[in-house]
Design a binder for this molecule. Sequence first.
Ligand code: UDP
Ligand code: UDP
Length: 473
Amino acid sequence: MPSPTASHVVIFPFMAQGHTLPLLDLSKALSLQQIKVTIITTPSNAKSIAKCVPNHLDIHLHEIPFPTVDGLPKGCENTSQLPSLEFLLPFLHATKQLQKPFEEVLETMIKSNTPPLCVISDFFLGFTLASCQALGVPRLVFHGMSALSMAIIKSSWVNASQINSLSMLDPVDLPGMKLPFTLTKADLPAETLNSSNHDDPMSQFIGEVGWADVNSWGIIINSFEELEKDHISFFESFYMNGAKAWCLGPLFLCDKIEGLERSINQNQNPSMSTQWLDEQSTPDSVIYVSFGTQADVSDSRLDEVAFGLEESGVPFVWVVRSKAWSLPGGMEEKIKDRGLIVSEWVDQRQILSHRAIGGFLSHCGWNSVLESVVAGVPILAWPMIAEQSLNAKLIVDGLGAGLSVKRVQNQGSEILVSRQAISEGVKELIGGQKGRSARERAEALGRVARRAVQKDGSSHDTLSKLIDHLRAY
Ligand code: UDP
Ligand code: UDP
């Protein structure tokens, strides 16, 4: 058995912010447990990751080249660099070409004096399973979702034929699942609804990586047991070899342990958004608006958000990713003393923890949901893609820590959100009774989440158990 100081873990994140960031947090948590970590990634991702890794930790980056492929713009090594989501599938296929260089790196590591205990691979990098199996290294898979969402998705695949016969707003019954909300067909991710269409290329890809997933040694979950306990064993039942699901989250809190957070942030100047928030004197008075790094938000939707925020009269910080969009005419003058629009990367966790922030108009990406509850900030949910509707239902109906923005489905089955709906939702969240009770629920849930990562907390204990288990394997 290797000595504790010689233990080594390899992490291979998928190249999307929402997938890489939690695995960086996990790297820090492992490093604080005296584990050497090697992160495998491509050159441009390595450059941005390096900036986030404190150099006193035993975390190393190993670069492998990103392939050049037809149909993918040159230099796109991260999904947030893709011109639109249409390029996601070619991007996913391109990552398969990382298998050979990955295997070469892994082989060299196995022969070194610190062979890896395991590989922690993103779900989308399904090819790592074959390499790990060939080289005899356990593969732990990371999805970046809650256990509840994953269980719903897996169960929906199994029950696809029944679900296909339903209409969009019919409730979906998943045998064996204790759902904390009423699930409708419309809440399921598009890939899941297409799963029985074997000609759909995205479903084919998901089927492929899904097979690797269920044949993995274990699963790492960025969530905490207190939230997931009703779903874990049902979720594990989809795995073939007795794989265990390890709830280690919220992962971004793990690096708060032992003062690490302070050492990273020490030299940072206050950002523009923090300075602006410092000037807002009323606690819980500002709405933070962001739709994450993946969803394509059209110009007309952005216009509605601008009008809705203006109409609400509520102060806001709004992160807009689109480079092409500009404020509708006359709007700048109207909102200039009341809102801040930011187009660069912000420190979202820092914004959410500012006392002036009273709510989050969010797409409900899982990381954003976790970050919001940990900060005790209620959510105004506007889910857009992937499993975001499931996260929204959990936070609003299941946990009572948010409200939903009113969405209308038009005849072309497009989901529309009007400026009135945005304005009303924002006003209720920040100033209304429903918003106040959602805030109390978010604060209570945040306390549970923080306890989970502290000494003797569920996630903290599970991480120690996982390390012991791997060392003994
Ligand atoms: N919660 C949960 N599962 C648990 C414990 C808590 O889902 O096992 C959620 C639930 O939404 C609850 C909230 O966390 O309302 C706060 O829980 P609790 O009242 O125990 O937190 P405290 O107020 O003690 O910090
Ligand atoms: N994020 C950030 N600053 C930004 C935009 C995003 O810090 O300007 C972070 C955010 O805090 C979260 C992640 O990026 O940790 C986005 O992940 P999420 O699951 O919320 O959504 P996705 O981008 O995957 O849709």
